[in-house]
Design a binder for this molecule. Structure first.
Ligand SMILES: [Zn+2]
Length: 311
């Protein structure tokens, strides 16, 4: 029996190794073909994540450092609300959500890393396991708590479906879903025991919640940052604020690389008159745009967009 197991294990490892070597040889002739596919990737659709430090430095004992190093995995904080559209629903993960892919059983990580191909399905799956619900944007881009999925197997199914949508390797997602069926109950039960309340939706991380605001300050971004700093410190009538929807948040960038810098007439009685200060990511032009046109606004200078309005 023992011999049989050793033989089986040896055979499996050998087969994997041979397959790997064959693929490695094929890779050499395909390098150019593979890299040109990068042009399909739309960076705007990727989540904005900040790695959370792994706390080895603040451990006194070497043994403790070692335990943290071996057993603690990298956690990530979602810095801007992450929206993923699937079958007509806009799933929304709030800014500030911390995840580590732990709803994917660790035994699978060697082959299927939660920060590899499974990043996006894993992020949404972690969220679903944790709160057993998720925000969905309604037609006004307002986040609404959605309780359509209420079971572990429901979240696993969504994981597989979003995986197929994102990475388009159905067999991989099927294997991952099987892994969830085998080992996902640990994470699921942990969160059901904790009974955490859902968190109010946030589009962006507040500056106040940043532990070390000086060191975490973003790299200067020409005039854009000056405006931010001014509006925070002076509190003058020049304050620019975010609106209530996704596309009116300060820092929102549309597909044409046009960035929202905020509005100072949000209290306008006719909401159609509310305007936002914008900046162009291509040529740095500063101009004004109406609320409704922000999501598809083009720069008036370099993209033949509409002329600027008062802001
Ligand atoms: Zn421009």
């Amino acid at each position: 029996m023992f011999d049989f197991l050793v033989n089986l294990f040896g055979t499996i490892v050998t087969v994997f190794f041979v397959v790997y070597l064959v693929l490695l040889v094929i890779l050499q002739s395909k390098k150019k073909e593979l890299s040109s596919l990068n042009t399909f990737i739309n960076m705007n659709k990727m989540p904005v994540l900040r790695p959370i430090p792994i706390p080895t430095a603040n451990q006194q004992l070497l043994l403790n450092k070692l335990l943290v190093f071996i057993f603690q995995v990298r956690r990530w904080r979602v810095e801007e609300a992450f929206i993923y559209e699937y079958e007509g629903k806009q799933y929304a993960v709030h800014a500030g959500f911390e995840f580590d892919g732990a709803s994917i059983p660790k035994a699978l990580w060697a082959l299927l890393s939660p920060v590899g191909l499974l990043l996006i399905p894993g992020l949404i799956h972690d969220y679903g396991y944790r709160y057993n619900g998720i925000y969905v944007l309604d037609e006004n881009n307002t986040p609404v708590w959605d309780k359509t999925i209420l079971t572990q197997s429901g979240w696993d199914e969504l994981f597989k479906d979003i995986g197929n949508d994102v990475n388009q390797i159905p067999i991989l997602n099927e294997v991952a879903k099987f892994g969830l069926w085998l080992g996902g109950f640990q994470a699921w039960n942990k969160w059901r025991d904790k009974k955490e309340d859902r968190v109010p939706f946030k589009w962006k991380i507040d500056n106040e919640t940043q532990t070390d605001s000086e060191s975490l300050k973003k790299a200067p971004e020409d005039d854009v940052d000056d405006i931010d700093t001014m509006s925070e410190q002076d509190m003058s009538s020049e304050t620019f604020d975010s609106g209530t929807t996704k596309t009116t948040q300060i820092g929102y960038v549309n597909n044409n690389n046009q960035k929202v810098l905020g509005s100072r007439n949000l209290d306008e009685t006719d909401k159609k008159d509310v305007t936002f200060k914008m900046s162009c990511g291509q040529c740095s032009e500063i101009y004004g745009a109406k609320t409704a046109e922000i999501h598809r606004r083009k720069c008036p200078v370099c993209q033949e967009g509409k002329p600027s309005v008062n802001w």
